[in-house]
Design a protein around this ligand. Structure first.
Ligand SMILES: *Cc1c(COP(=O)(O)O)cnc(C)c1O
Length: 357
């Protein structure tokens, strides 16, 4: 077994007084998990230390060339007051996929999971109590070499920080409006689309800001080569229910992030005896299905929102209303089932949850 050193803070912070007002990503807990990588030594010194600022050289390479990867998952407080994670092994597996793409040395997935569990256990009083709240978990890696040459770093920091998170749907599960992005692309085949890395998000900010200005919540990305095939939404994968069959873009192009919610949704739908297919989907097919009344539901999937029903989808001048701008039965069933498993209200037949205490 590994040796994870623990240094507890002498100045614990007060927990949020009103859990209904926590929001997202605003407050951080008392401790963080840290581990260093130095060439020749590998990853070393896994430890839990008081949360606080990092000391970085201004020339640290991560600040200039974006050699950075991250993950996102949550810890949930169950009704019987236990703390659990949802498929955390998948996050560390995916972190290594991102690492491989960005020339970052691979992590020991088991050690990182052990570090995470220990950290969450220490911080368990920070997991909020009221319904639909959680403790958001952000693992990330940056290169710290003080050097301006462009090459993979020789020194890295792996860090996990935790942030209490309010209910995503403060006003209940509501359909969102999105539009198909025609000017910008998020990534291209051969790019970093399959990696969870800051650069992909930097590339998406203009489009996101423009969408919000027009009163849409997100954009739907098309492939960067033909501008024809559907990829995904901001930080969500996308599903369509066409003629009673669930379809989602296949991952073979390498430009789509392999969501853990996406994977879980595919498993759930199939376990219901319904068909769920991964394949190429053109925007023209969606427009056609809508015209013929066969487009039953559209929804995004991701850790933050779990399921996000799409009520309006705009493509150029064509504004499509989907399912009467109401939550479809499959979206609702998926949301209830997934959140039921995550907050321990329903049985977990797939063994997806990992108990902390
Ligand atoms: C994180 C992320 C998702 C969703 O992945 P989950 O594992 O389901 O949270 C989808 N698309 C992008 C671009 C992402 O960064």
């Amino acid at each position: 077994m590994s040796n994870i050193a623990v240094e507890l803070t002498k100045n614990p912070k007060p927990k949020p007084a009103d859990e209904s007002k926590i929001g997202f990503g605003n407050t951080f807990t008392d401790h963080m998990f840290v581990m260093n990588y130095d060439e020749g030594q590998g990853w070393h010194d896994p430890r839990i230390v008081p949360y606080g600022p990092l000391s970085l050289d201004p020339s640290a390479m991560c600040l200039h060339y974006g050699q950075e990867v991250f993950e996102g998952l949550k810890a949930y407080r169950t009704a019987d007051d236990h703390i659990q994670l949802f498929r955390p092994q998948e996050n560390f597996k995916r972190l290594n996929v991102s690492n491989a793409r960005l020339s970052i040395p691979l992590i020991d997935e088991e050690l990182c999971l052990e570090g995470l569990k220990k950290l969450v256990e220490i911080e368990k009083d920070w997991v909020p109590h009221i319904p639909d709240t959680s403790l958001y978990i952000r693992p990330f890696i940056i290169t710290t070499d003080a050097h301006l040459g462009v090459h993979p770093g020789h020194h890295y920091l792996f860090i996990i920080i935790l942030s209490p998170s309010g209910p995503y749907y403060a006003e209940g599960l509501n359909p969102v409006k999105i539009y198909v992005e025609k000017n910008y692309v998020r990534t291209v085949k051969g790019g970093m689309g399959m990696a969870k890395t800051g650069g992909n998000y930097a590339a998406s900010l203009n489009a996101q800001a423009e969408a919000e200005k027009q009163n849409y919540s997100q954009v739907l990305w098309l492939d960067g080569v033909e501008r024809k095939y559907i990829e995904e939404v901001g930080a969500m994968n996308i599903f369509f229910v066409i003629d009673g069959e669930a379809v989602t873009p296949e991952l073979t192009s390498g430009s789509i992030l392999s969501g853990i919610t996406r994977k879980s949704v595919l498993d759930l739908i199939r376990s219901w005896g319904m068909k769920a297919t991964e394949r190429r989907i053109s925007i023209d097919e969606i427009v056609e299905a809508h015209k013929n009344g066969k487009l039953g539901e559209v929804f995004g999937t991701g850790t933050a929102a779990v399921i996000s029903p799409v009520g309006h989808l705009k493509y150029g001048d064509l504004e499509m209303e989907i399912g009467g701008n109401k939550i479809g039965p499959i979206s609702q069933r998926l949301y209830d089932e997934l959140t039921g498993i995550q907050w321990g209200r329903r049985p977990d037949p797939f063994g997806w949850t990992v108990k902390i205490d």
